[in-house]
Ligand binder design. Structure first.
Ligand code: 5AD
Length: 368
């Protein structure tokens, strides 16, 4: 094996090298990996971190992903749906505070009423966020699960801004066996990895900037699995990656597998972000909220390890408690304005600037 110093200068890596980097534990080695990823980010993406204001539109879900706190069979969580006016209000808050874009996320639903509801919300957001700073309205990321190609196309039309339109659908893990274990219940084979990959392909064909990602540190997941995840990011030719640690959830159906010990889990997650930056290059990488559960500065550490997108939560406080995909979700009571001010300062303390009023598309996308 080459020296770490030599390895970190490379832009092409073998599987063996990726597995080695993911498994680094020694503090000094990890710091070298961190620095290489941070510097590569500056070189390829500049110093900006972009905000995507997260709006958790509804926790009604027809899927039963076993790890998730809002899965359909968790009957202890009250279900909510934001109104169109509330959603537009959050989008305007984002636009008025210089966030170049928002992300609409919800439990998965395929019924016509929901599809039309999102379509209406998209039209209204576009119409009401056009301004001098944002001549095409606020940029939009959708994170609304598996849909048909027709629905993806329809929503893209309604967004009114195809130049700044993204979709986020993690494939969760590239290991089929693990994927099936996480998604299949005795009642139903809820999800199929091949279908998720088909959805990502349709999204590409409909012109979305394609975002995907995985959960890191799922008990039973190996470093080779994570390396295969990175290879699949490459195959998908992703524009954006959002990934975070696997965390236990009270409302989930997976207590038996437990959760990795926090210190190891955050290490592995940060290594995965850094290695993804080194291997994938000029893509956007989000510092997931789940990182903050393990460490109050988890997201800032994500930024230090090569992430360049952050998703401040704009969901009205009255709904936040009912949108807990995992336990101990942070910022349940933080007012968005207060939170944004602190966040900017924390980002700047890491040598980055906030890309206010900018779409924040990845260089990879811009060069397509
Ligand atoms: N731990 C970590 N991430 C989770 N997600 C859902 N449940 C959990 C959990 N228990 C993530 C999934 C999904 C995204 C919306 O939230 O990766 O794609």
């Amino acid at each position: 094996m080459k020296s770490l110093e030599t390895l970190l200068k490379q832009t092409v890596f073998s599987d063996e090298e990726i597995v080695y980097l993911l498994g680094l534990k020694d503090e000094q080695d990890c710091r070298a990996l961190q620095k290489a990823a941070y510097d590569r980010t500056t070189e390829l993406m500049g110093s900006n971190v972009y905000y995507r204001g997260l709006i958790e539109v509804s926790n009604v879900c027809t899927s039963d992903c076993r790890y998730c706190g809002i899965r359909k069979d968790n009957h202890s969580v009250p279900r909510f749906e934001m109104t169109k006016e509330e959603i537009v209000g959050c989008a305007k808050f984002a636009a008025d505070h210089g966030y170049g874009s928002i992300c609409l996320q919800a439990g998965e639903r395929n019924d016509p009423k929901f599809i039309e509801f999102i379509a209406d919300a998209l039209r209204a957001i576009h119409a009401e966020t056009i301004s001098e700073q944002l001549p095409n309205g606020v940029g939009i990321t959708l994170s609304l699960g598996d849909q048909t190609k027709e629905v993806y196309e329809y929503w893209a039309d309604c967004s009114g801004n195809r130049d700044n339109l993204r979709y986020l659908a993690r494939f969760e893990t590239s290991n089929h066996e693990l994927f099936n274990f996480l998604h299949h219940t005795p009642k139903k084979k809820n999800k199929h990895l091949e279908h998720r990959l088909q959805c990502l392909q349709w999204l590409r064909e409909c012109g979305y900037q394609v975002g995907t990602g995985v959960m890191i540190g799922i008990p039973g997941q190996t470093l080779h699995d994570l390396c295969a995840d990175i290879r699949l990011f490459q195959k998908i030719d992703a524009d954006m990656i959002g990934m975070g640690p696997y965390l236990m959830s009270e409302g989930a159906d997976l207590k038996e597998i437990g959760q990795m010990e926090a210190k190891q889990l955050i290490r592995l997650t940060l290594n995965m972000i850094a290695v993804t930056r080194l291997v994938l290059g000029n893509i956007n990488i989000a510092a997931a909220t789940a990182l903050q559960v393990l460490d109050p500065e988890g997201r800032e550490k994500g930024i230090e390890h090569g992430a360049n997108v952050i998703m401040p939560n704009l969901t009205p406080l009255c709904y936040r408690g009912d949108y807990q995909l995992y336990d101990k979700k942070p910022n349940l009571t933080d007012d968005p304005s207060f939170f944004a001010a602190g966040l900017q300062q924390r980002i700047e303390s890491r040598g980055r600037t906030v890309g206010f009023n900018q779409s924040g598309s990845s260089r990879k996308w811009l060069m397509r």
